[in-house]
Design a protein around this ligand. Structure first.
Ligand SMILES: *Cc1c(COP(=O)(O)O)cnc(C)c1O
Length: 368
């Protein structure tokens, strides 16, 4: 193998238990959009079902279909705003659909679609949803037209941001949500994402929560205290050289090493999801020792500087960890963002699922 992800299902289970500890008996709507943040939606949702999760949320109709075709039998909520043909298809499959406008509700009514609807209200995210002013009207319309409203929800924009301004905004979103949804008894009433669950426990509200990234051990650009690391991305040393003169490394000559120093080339590049922006700004792990990435990350390979103690002992084929909770936390780039890092993990990267320390399943991009 050249590059792979190790996904620890025992730690996933641990994090889910932690979320239950934080959220009491609220229903967990597990967010598995974007191929479960790159980890593999069907396998992850299957395991989460084993761990007691009954409702999953995806970004669009096709992601829901993938779960269904993968044998997942659970409630599926489509989060994203949808085009009319997608609403029709999703309802046909029994998915719950999010509604953001009166036009969508009218479309459902005029076509007599047997839809399960969750009304989304924008309490300060600025993306989609009914405005607070429209929300009451949407609710009343559904009641009058006998549209089945299974849920009401909203989304926090800044719960992971550690500033006082973000805190004030988050608290005002939670307060507005409580005010708008008071008395609207539905099966699902929710606003808490990972940031809310991890950082605003004392304000938790509704009867459901929507954890995504924290199930995978991350929030913002680092790991979450008290949660476990779920994924590590690894590659291998494929070349090594000790130089006898000052040597520039990689495209555009952004870094060099001195005579007597050693660099190694690893089998991971930006196609695999090692972001080029992290060139010269991150460390990887070789035999448990942190080594800096030097020079520009290239499409399929990257270079690292081996410290003296590793220069001789490191061999071609040795394993290199490029991403885990700690390494991502150490990236010195403003664009380090765990959501984008995870969803950017490439197609070539094998997904290895582990339980009890053993790999029980491997997903490969290339069928042999
Ligand atoms: C992605 C998403 C979530 C999960 O966000 P995390 O920060 O990963 O927990 C929850 N709700 C909505 C509407 C989302 O789009």
């Amino acid at each position: 193998m050249r590059v792979w992800l190790e996904i620890d299902m025992d730690n996933l289970r641990y994090n889910l238990e932690k979320i239950r500890e934080y959220c009491g008996d609220r229903e967990i709507i597990a967010i598995v959009k974007s191929n479960c943040y790159g980890l593999g939606a069907v396998e992850m949702a299957g395991k989460m079902s084993d761990f007691g999760v009954r409702t999953f949320a995806v970004a669009n109709y096709e992601e829901g279909l993938e779960l269904l075709q993968g044998g997942i039998r659970a409630e599926i909520l489509v989060l994203g705003a949808m085009f009319e043909e997608e609403i029709r298809a999703a309802v046909e499959k029994g998915f719950q659909v999010s509604c953001n406008t009166m036009d969508e509700l009218r479309f459902i009514r005029e076509n007599k679609l047997p839809a399960k609807v969750q009304l989304k209200v924008d309490t300060g995210m600025g993306r989609v949803g009914f405005t607070p002013g429209e929300f009451q009207r949407a609710w009343e319309y559904c009641r009058a037209e006998k549209i089945d409203v299974t849920g009401v929800y909203s989304h926090l924009s800044s719960a992971d941001v550690p500033t006082e301004e973000a805190r004030q905004h988050t608290l005002s979103q939670i307060a507005l949500f409580n005010e708008l949804t008071e008395g609207k008894d539905t099966r699902y009433r929710h606003i808490f994402n990972s940031g809310g669950i991890v950082r605003y426990r004392e304000y938790i509200t509704g009867n459901a929560v929507r954890p995504g990234i924290c199930m995978y051990g991350m929030l913002g650009n680092e790991g979450v205290d008290g949660f476990k690391n779920v994924f590590s991305m690894k590659g291998r040393v494929i070349y090594k050289r000790t130089v006898s003169e000052k040597t520039y490394i990689s495209y555009s000559r952004t870094a060099w090493i001195e005579p007597g120093e050693t660099f190694a080339t690893i089998s991971v590049g930006y196609e695999d999801g090692l972001r080029r922006d992290f060139s010269n700004k991150m460390d990887v792990l070789v035999h448990g020792v942190k080594c800096p990435v030097i020079g520009n990350i290239t499409m399929d390979m990257s270079m690292i500087k081996l410290p003296a103690e590793l220069a001789r002992t490191t061999a071609i084929g040795d394993e290199v960890t490029v991403y885990d909770e700690e390494l991502i936390g150490g990236i010195k780039s403003l664009s380090a963002c765990s959501w984008e890092i995870m969803t950017g993990i490439g197609r070539r990267v094998y997904r290895l699922y582990k339980s009890g320390g053993q790999v029980y399943k491997t997903l490969k991009w290339m069928k042999e």
